[in-house]
Design a protein around this ligand. Structure first.
Ligand code: C5P
Length: 314
């Protein structure tokens, strides 16, 4: 970006995601599992503001009612946005720094890719702030080095993810899908949930002890997205990590049942959880489901998807 030299503040917004389908295969030697997933970016966003600075720093502020604990987000090199900024600086041979301000709305450790959204937003923000001018393909490649979900947060919309979840292909999705998200005060660790899945599979024995190292998304999922038919999509929602998340948090099943009783078409644990995503037929029924869950004392948000990936706000 040629005008970047005069920019001293860049504001980027990146979405959280739901995995409308998540198939988990075997574990590769690098510890990552083979995935076939369909991501949908939803209207719950992380805002990252990057300001010119001599060194690297990050601050985090959480919106109310997002579940998790924004204070628990690390502010050092474990912070994915900080790592993204440093990775971009190294790749661009840039010798300055950046002050990153993260305003979180996506639940912390909620299974909605909030940290990945921060990293994607930081890449886009620093690219603009420093005038790096990297191509989308180059940013995608850096994103994949930061985490399996980071490329999707750059991309947004609805997409099929294979490999570790980082090899993306856009999926056609017509119209809008209405979701109610039920958040939890305490997050779940993604690696712990994957480990739990491995343990459950081991316990199940011979039938499940050799999961495939490459998988596909079932055709009905893609057809439902293409037709924009929430009833069809509800019938094909699936998450292989759900049993592992429920093993650690048995209450999540009751949350799904409660959402369905309140009028949701179906519900699913989002990614590695513990956020529950309830698919609703239209905005009005989503409103009713949200109200019903809130009356039961739950933190519930009405969002829609798909929405675009990381974008600079002007
Ligand atoms: O890449 P990311 O940091 O999001 O992944 C967090 C953890 O989730 C990994 O360290 C790994 O334990 C688990 N994971 C996995 N297989 C994937 C993606 C994530 O086992 N495809």
């Amino acid at each position: 970006m040629s005008s970047a030299a005069s920019v001293d503040r860049v504001h980027v917004r990146a979405p959280g995601k739901i995995n409308v389908f998540l198939g988990v295969g075997g574990r590769h030697d690098d510890g990552y599992h083979a995935l076939a997933t369909v991501f949908q970016a939803v209207s719950l966003y992380e805002d990252v503001i990057a300001r010119a600075a001599g060194d690297f720093s990050v601050t985090v502020r959480g919106a109310d009612g997002i579940g998790g604990d924004a204070d628990a987000v690390p502010l050092d090199d474990r912070n994915l946005a900080m790592r993204a900024a440093k990775l971009l600086a190294a790749a661009a041979d840039y010798h300055g720094g950046v002050a990153l301000e993260i305003r979180k709305s996506v639940p912390v450790a909620g299974g909605m890719g909030g940290g990945s959204a921060d990293a994607a937003a930081a890449l886009v923000a620093c690219d603009a702030l420093w005038g790096t001018g990297f191509s989308p393909a180059r940013l995608h490649e850096l994103a994949a080095r930061l985490g399996a979900d980071v490329p999707f947060a750059l991309h947004g919309g609805t997409a099929v993810g294979t490999g570790r979840g980082d090899q993306l292909n856009p999926a056609l999705a017509r119209g809008r899908f209405d979701w109610v998200l039920v958040t939890s005060d305490e997050g779940l660790s993604t690696p712990v949930v994957y480990e739990q899945l491995d343990l459950l599979r081991e316990e199940e024995g011979a039938l499940a002890d050799d999961p495939p190292l490459s998988l596909d998304v079932p055709i009905p999922v893609l057809q439902a997205l293409r037709s924009g038919d929430a009833v069809q999509l509800a019938a094909s929602l699936h998450n292989d990590l759900q049993a592992a998340a429920v093993h650690r948090r048995p209450d999540l099943e009751e949350t799904i049942r409660r959402g369905i009783r309140a009028g949701a078409l179906h519900g699913i644990v989002s990614g590695s959880g513990p956020t529950v995503a309830l698919l609703c037929g239209d905005p009005e029924s989503a409103q009713a489901v949200q109200t019903s869950l809130q009356q039961a004392g739950r933190e519930a948000l009405h969002v829609h998807g798909p929405v675009p990936g990381a974008r600079i706000l002007v």
